[in-house]
Design a binder for this molecule. Structure first.
Ligand SMILES: Nc1nc2c(c(=O)[nH]1)N[C@H]1C(S)=C(S)[C@@H](COP(=O)(O)OP(=O)(O)OC[C@H]3O[C@@H](n4cnc5c(=O)[nH]c(N)nc54)[C@H](O)[C@@H]3O)O[C@H]1N2
Ligand SMILES: Nc1nc2c(c(=O)[nH]1)N[C@H]1C(S)=C(S)[C@@H](COP(=O)(O)OP(=O)(O)OC[C@H]3O[C@@H](n4cnc5c(=O)[nH]c(N)nc54)[C@H](O)[C@@H]3O)O[C@H]1N2
Ligand code: SF4
Ligand SMILES: [Mo]
Length: 746
């Protein structure tokens, strides 16, 4: 390469989706410093074995995006954002936030956590500390646009909202996949580098794949059977499958029998959900429902797996629950080839899997409610769809300041226009974000993390959702620029600034966490540290930074008793083997068993029963993802733009003819929250009665600094929603399967 003096190779776990592929980066150096050159899959990676997708391949371009902010921005007395130093930025936060909380109480600060927090070490380590420092109940995250239904169903079934079983992709004989398109998304709540290859391998070894999706996706094309279900009706299909299992005497939890409660009540609960009753609502043949149930029950091993299209819908929690009810009733929960609970290296060492679970504390829902609409909390969170009203509505407990970390709710949550206005009226807003985008443009202080090549990476979220137990750590590939903090330090300084310790050394935060965790560990009879001296243990931790020392501590206290040095000595990762049965280790229900029909679920079933007969004839909208896109924030990377990655309304030819829409023409789409005008793409890949519009677009607001994205803005699908349509148990917004009116624009 011209101008390049030297190159070296560095490894980096890809943070751009849940597959966590190992990347091998060429790092180039010239007179001006170091940068990422070519990017390949790391063939020696114990988990990804060299797999890479177009997003991973664009890591260098994304890392060097000239629109990334390089210094903090602080709003001046004229209301303009201008570049500032780090000390000045944190001074501004410290000076303004304490008076607000002192006067109005802790709930005056709302915290919004977005998706990339599960893709950074900072996002895994610091937000819990920030929240316990602020003591606010106003927490909103991307989970209520995503997987909260699964947390709630796991909380109720297993007494543990974080116990999410993953399909044993590499060993199963049969996979029933609903509302997921891993060939484009690369998988979610199921971390599997080369998900496509793993599905092909399933087919090659004679396994069966059924895909339920109103669109004929790339994943559906790979399947033995594609069911183009009517959107929003998966819970009915699943309930009918459970019905058939009972009716035909196929329901058998197998080895789990002694650990499951409520079989008889479950049989009663699904009595009305006959295949014949569900078929019309789902727009399927009753016979097909029976066949799917029989196949599931008779497969040597099988797994049911539901994702976005089964979560962000009207009956999201019920569908998520029924997915695991089916896994239980077919004897597939917690057995190889079925759906199992991963065990991550940083998890707390559990009791032996052979011991029965003692009675736990259970899972409580609705311990408090949102102030304005009274939405129940779930897992400590309020629905992000209710954020705007919590800012706008006067009264005690109103949100006056917002801290967003890696979140762009103006595009990702319902009714962005309203939220946009609400954020504009805050007393204070702080954003930790590399971009000045639709949301962060309202911040008074923007704190930009460095590019990903400059941060170390460990997957706190995804190692616990992976189809194989394994562990990897990649230290920063390129050192930080002089004086620039990494994102962990930014979070730590933010915690100090809001917590009345402004100016203290950022490592204070890590030391505090370490000493608390070790004090607990030495007192815990099950911990490998039991009975030891906490201070001595702290002194023995290795790591060049606070976060590395915290990781080292977690690994040492973990089930495999590893250390950070072990991980550094194995740069391509350590394979910890296939998933093992361990249900008793994750159970936290009061009964110490799987509670098949929990009270809040039973109370929501009448609503599902009513859906058996509700049959709207109109059009409904679903979303879609593109392989070269990611939510709202990768439209600024030229290599990922263009081609089929466009914001178009996909319409079935029959509907297009009926509505008078032409391919490439403009359609107007209207729904409860507003309307948008968008180019039409006529395709047989969506079923009749369904239109599809992707999310994350709508980059046409002033005051942003994402020039590539702004040149091809697209429209914001979430503007069609008014924020009132939620899955009631989880507070998750209904983003799929809502009614729209479509016609030619103009
Ligand atoms: N390339 C790319 N990868 C991504 C992302 C991205 O934006 N782009 N986002 C990441 C994130 S944050 C997540 S959460 C994951 C999501 O990963 P997936 O869950 O695999 O997400 P989608 O690709 O949106 O697939 C959802 C599918 O559900 C279908 N669907 C819609 N409504 C219904 C319904 O009512 N019933 C059924 N059965 N299906 C329905 C849609 O047609 C769509 O094909 O992807 C992650 N990976
Ligand atoms: N209609 C519809 N809406 C949806 C969905 C859908 O399928 N349909 N999907 C939903 C889902 S699954 C999700 S997860 C949400 C996502 O919702 P959000 O999390 O709000 O959206 P993202 O686009 O992922 O925005 C991430 C933000 O993080 C910033 N960021 C990127 N990297 C980093 C980093 O390393 N550190 C920090 N601090 N910031 C970073 C980006 O600049 C961006 O501002 O969207 C949801 N919205
Ligand atoms: S599949 Fe996901 S983790 Fe793998 S390279 Fe692509 S974006 Fe990165
Ligand atoms: Mo997501």
């Amino acid at each position: 390469m011209p101008g390049t003096d030297a190159t070296r190779t560095a490894l980096r776990i890809c943070p751009l989706c849940e597959a966590t592929c190992g990347l091998a980066l060429t790092v180039e150096r010239d007179g001006t410093g170091e940068r990422v050159g070519t990017v390949r899959g790391d063939r020696a990676d114990v988990f990804s074995g060299g797999f890479i997708c177009p997003k991973g391949a664009s890591f260098g371009e994304l890392d060097a995006d000239p629109d990334r902010l390089r210094t903090p921005l602080v709003r001046d007395e004229h209301g303009e954002l201008r570049e500032a130093g780090w000390d000045e930025a944190f001074d501004a936060i410290a000076a303004r936030i304490r008076p607000l909380t002192e006067k109005h109480g802790p709930d005056a600060v709302g915290v919004v956590l977005g998706n990339p927090n599960v893709h950074t070490m900072a996002g895994g380590l610091y937000p819990p500390v920030l929240l316990s420092t602020l003591r606010t109940r106003n927490l909103f995250t991307a989970s209520t646009l995503d997987q909260m239904p699964k947390h709630v169903s796991s909380g109720l079934l297993f007494g543990n909202a974080l116990a999410i079983p993953v399909p044993d992709l590499d060993r199963t004989d049969h996979l029933l996949l609903l509302g997921a398109n891993p060939l484009d998304s690369n998988g979610s709540l199921c971390t599997a580098p080369d998900f496509p290859g793993r599905l092909k391998a399933l087919r090659r070894r004679g396994g069966r794949l059924t895909v339920v999706d109103p669109r004929r996706t790339r994943t559906a094309r790979l399947a033995d059977r594609h069911v183009a279900i009517r959107p929003g009706t998966d819970a009915l299909l699943l309930a009918a499958l459970v019905h058939v299992l009972f009716e035909e005497d196929l329901a058998d939890p197998g080895a789990l029998a002694g650990q499951v409660e409520g079989m008889d009540r479950m049989r009663e609960a699904v009595r009305d959900f006959t295949p014949e009753a569900a078929a019309a609502a789902c727009d399927m043949e009753a016979a097909a429902i029976r066949t799917i149930a029989r196949e599931l029950a008779s497969a040597p091993t099988a797994a049911v797996y539901g994702r976005i299209g089964s979560c962000t819908v009207e009956h999201g929690t019920l569908a998520s629950w029924l997915v695991d009810v089916l896994n239980v009733l077919t004897g597939n929960l917690d057995r190889p080839g079925g759906a199992l609970f991963p065990l991550a290296a940083h998890d707390r060492a559990p009791r032996p899997a052979t011991e029965p679970a003692p009675p736990g504390r259970g899972f409580a829902l609705g311990r408090w409610a949102s102030r304005v609409a009274g939405h129940p909390e779930a897992k400590g969170e309020l629905p992000i769809a209710a954020l705007a009203e919590e800012i706008e509505t006067p009264g005690d407990g109103r949100i006056r300041a917002v801290i967003t970390i890696a979140a762009n709710p103006v595009l990702s949550a319902p009714d962005g226009d309203r939220l946009d206005r609400a954020l504009g009226g805050l007393d204070l807003m702080v954003s930790v974000d590399p971009y000045l985008n639709e949301t962060s443009r309202h911040a008074d202080v923007v704190l930009p993390p460095p590019p990903p090549s400059r941060s170390g990476h460990y997957d706190f979220s995804f190692n616990g959702l992976a189809v194989r137990n394994q562990v990897r750590y990649t230290p920063p590939a390129i050192p930080l620029d002089e004086g620039a903090p990494d994102e962990c330090e930014i979070h730590a300084r933010l915690i100090l600034a809001v917590g009345g310790m402004h100016g203290a050394d950022p490592s204070t935060v890590d030391d505090m966490v370490i000493s608390r965790s070790l004090a607990r560990a030495v007192a815990d009879a099950r911990s490998p540290a039991h009975g030891q001296d906490a201070e001595e243990l702290a002194a023995r931790l290795s790591g060049r930074s606070g976060p590395e020392r915290r990781l080292d501590m977690m690994l040492r206290l973990g089930p495999y008793e590893l250390t950070l040095d072990d991980l550094l000595a194995h740069p391509h990762g350590i394979d910890l083997g296939p998933l093992q049965p361990r249900l008793s280790q994750v159970l936290g229900t009061r009964s110490g068993r799987v509670e098949l029909l929990p009270g809040p679920i039973a109370a929501d079933l009448p609503r599902l029963r009513r859906a058996l007969s509700a049959r709207g004839g109109g059009l409904v909208l679903v979303g879609r993802r593109h392989l070269r896109s990611n939510n709202s924030w990768m439209h600024n990377i030229p290599a990922l733009q263009g081609g089929s990655n466009r914001c178009t309304l996909q319409v079935h030819p029959d509907d297009a003819a009926r509505l008078g829409l032409g391919d490439g023409g403009l359609a107007r789409v209207k729904a409860a929250g507003g309307e948008v005008e968008v180019p039409v793409e006529i395709t047989g890949d969506v079923r009749p009665g369904v239109v599809s519009l992707p999310h994350g677009w709508g980059h046409d607001r002033p005051g942003t600094r994402t020039r590539v994205a702004a040149a091809r803005p697209g429209v914001n699908v979430n503007q069609l929603l008014d924020g009132s349509l939620l899955d009631p148990l989880s507070g998750t917004a209904v983003l799929n399967g809502f009614a729209v009116e479509v016609g030619p624009a103009g």
